[in-house]
Design a protein around this ligand. Structure first.
Ligand code: ASP
Length: 310
């Protein structure tokens, strides 16, 4: 089996001055995940590596660069899922962790639970020796400015929320044919404190099953949760649809049924993959067969050979 990793940097509208940063970020994350796979690492290791790479990149709404709540706080959600056993780990409303995806993996590996939230997640992180970081270190000038703009008279909060999403996610299949997914986000701008979105919810923010494939989603979380988007797409694949047909069916159902826009990255067990979105843009990148693929607008698809240095 040829290994593959596919990542996204969030569906929505990416202002032109931030486009290069988003593309550079998804390409770097796909390369990081691919290095894990080509060194013989598992799909689970690869998706965690790729997502942590984007959490560390202030261009994305995850980890450093997360959007702010109405009260100007950071509350991040993350999910990881292992398609071998359907094991999953998630955290929601965590504030002082640089890499929520790694904490989600610890929840999966070290507890009998699937999701820990807020104070309980923070206590668990401390118990696991995960370093706490000051919330300030996760807040960028850009996210603070957007939060401020949203308070101005005449601001359209929904438009602002859809304006820049930047959630990050990854799906991968390793040389053993095992599938994994991971998703991480700061949520939506000016959300209420305590709001839990789709990202940490198994089946909504992502799903991985070695028998079918893997999906990571982005977009308006409330809409994604109502249609359980990731699992819905895998259901269509189980019914014989291709990754592309299944992804489009899921996204168009979400649009017509609950007026939600978003994007997905989807892979099947043979490593056939697609990146689809109903929003204007979604930064995505894939690495397989020593080739890097990426795009931002609909129909856009660039490629470049991956030259690996040891
Ligand atoms: N789905 C995320 C949320 O609603 C936002 C996003 O994908 O940008 O929390």
């Amino acid at each position: 089996m040829r290994p593959i990793v596919l990542v996204h940097g969030g569906a929505g509208h990416i202002p032109s001055e931030r486009a290069q940063g988003s593309i550079g970020g998804v390409c770097a994350a796909a390369r990081a995940g691919y290095s894990v796979l080509t060194a013989g690492g598992s799909s689970l290791d690869a998706v965690v590596e790729a997502v942590a790479n984007m959490e560390d990149n202030p261009h994305f709404n995850a980890g450093c660069g997360s959007v702010l709540t109405a009260g100007a706080q950071v509350e991040m959600d993350a999910l990881v899922m292992d398609g071998r056993s359907l094991s999953a780990g998630a955290v929601s409303a965590v504030s002082n962790i640089a890499n929520p995806v790694k904490l989600a993996r610890l929840v999966m590996d070290k507890t009998s639970h699937v999701c820990l939230t807020a104070g309980g997640a923070a206590a668990f992180a401390r118990q696991m020796g995960v370093q706490e970081v000051p919330t300030e270190s996760l807040i960028t000038e850009y996210s603070r400015a957007r939060w401020r703009r949203n308070l101005e008279p005449g601001a359209n909060p929904v438009e602002c929320q859809m304006g820049k999403m930047g959630t990050v996610g990854a799906v991968a299949v390793d040389s053993q044919g095992n599938v994994a997914c991971a998703t991480s986000t700061g949520g939506i701008l000016n959300k209420m404190s305590g709001r839990v979105g789709d990202t940490p919810c198994v089946g909504s923010g992502g799903y991985a099953d070695d028998a079918v494939g893997g999906v990571s989603t982005t977009g308006h979380g409330e809409a994604i949760m109502k249609v359980v988007l990731a699992r819905l797409i895998l259901f269509h694949m189980e019914q014989g649809r291709s990754v592309e047909e299944a992804s489009d069916l899921g996204l168009s159902h979400m649009k017509t049924r609950v007026a939600g826009l978003g994007g997905v990255i989807t892979v099947d067990t043979k490593g056939v993959w697609t990146a689809r979105f109903s929003s204007n843009q979604m930064a995505w990148a894939a690495a397989c067969d020593q080739t890097l693929h990426w795009g931002l607008y609909k129909g856009e698809h660039f490629t470049e050979a991956i030259v690996q240095t040891i």
